[in-house]
Design a protein around this ligand. Structure first.
Ligand SMILES: C[S@@+](CC[C@H](N)C(=O)[O-])C[C@H]1O[C@@H](n2cnc3c(N)ncnc32)[C@H](O)[C@@H]1O
Length: 215
């Protein structure tokens, strides 16, 4: 088994399930070590005792045609949260644009189950989107944006987010057919990029996902 991650550090402290009770199943999706020791990973009950490979293979059959990109030209602690939420919504791929390094702690191990792809710059991301047939939607509350609350998001969609401080780059905005903003009412100029990504992903989910197949 791999090293435990943050959500597994509480192994044995009433999180998850204990050792398998009764005759051991011979389904190859089950991990013999987890069956013997119990499963304290942060996975939905349907995946208890499954190997990581089996879980990934199962999600891969159900991923949505939604891609997420986050710019990482400076330092961004929000990427982990974006990856975790993308995993929860069975997003196809999270694209990191710019620096390869990002703080994985906020991902709470979900990066092990989520397709991730790196692009050196926005041009590389845009080329990928064109080849994959994805419509690029920039997400930022900048002049020219339209409220996401009333916008129709494309089904084959790449949502692009900026980073703390500078916000979304001009290059990313130019690559997008649409820029959407999230309505705000308080004093702050913007919300956390990880939170914004969660709101925008959920807007896509409410428009395109089969909600009857949610856990
Ligand atoms: C903290 S914001 C960047 C700074 C922001 N442009 C400003 O003027 O304060 C980081 C990213 O979160 C997303 N974001 C934050 N608030 C948003 C909002 N109200 N609508 C849409 N996106 C938002 C955007 O992708 C943005 O690039």
């Amino acid at each position: 088994m791999t090293e435990p991650g943050p959500t597994e550090w509480t192994a044995g402290v009433s999180v998850g399930v204990g050792p398998w009770q009764g005759p051991l199943p011979d389904d190859p999706r089950y991990d013999p070590e987890l069956l013997a020791a119990g499963d304290t990973r942060n996975v939905v009950d349907a995946y208890r005792y499954w190997t990581r490979e089996a879980i990934i293979a199962d999600i891969d059959q159900r991923r949505h045609p939604l891609h997420i990109a986050i710019e990482n030209f400076g330092s961004d602690a929000n990427i982990g949260a974006v990856v975790r939420t993308a995993n929860a919504f069975a997003v196809d791929t999270v694209h990191i644009v710019g620096r390869r390094r990002w703080n994985r702690r906020g991902a709470m191990v979900t990066d092990r189950y989520q397709r991730l792809r790196h692009h050196d710059d926005t041009a590389a991301l845009t080329s990928f989107a064109a080849e994959a047939g994805l419509e690029v939607v920039a997400v930022d509350n900048v002049p020219g944006s339209v409220p996401i609350e009333g916008a129709r998001l494309p089904r084959e969609c790449l949502l692009v987010f900026g980073q703390e401080g500078p916000g979304i780059t001009e290059a990313a905005r130019r690559s997008a057919s649409l820029t959407v903003s999230i309505a705000q009412f308080g004093s702050t100029r913007s919300i956390n990029a990880g939170v914004a990504a969660g709101i925008a992903m959920h807007a896509w989910i409410t428009q395109h996902a089969d909600l009857s197949s949610a856990w």
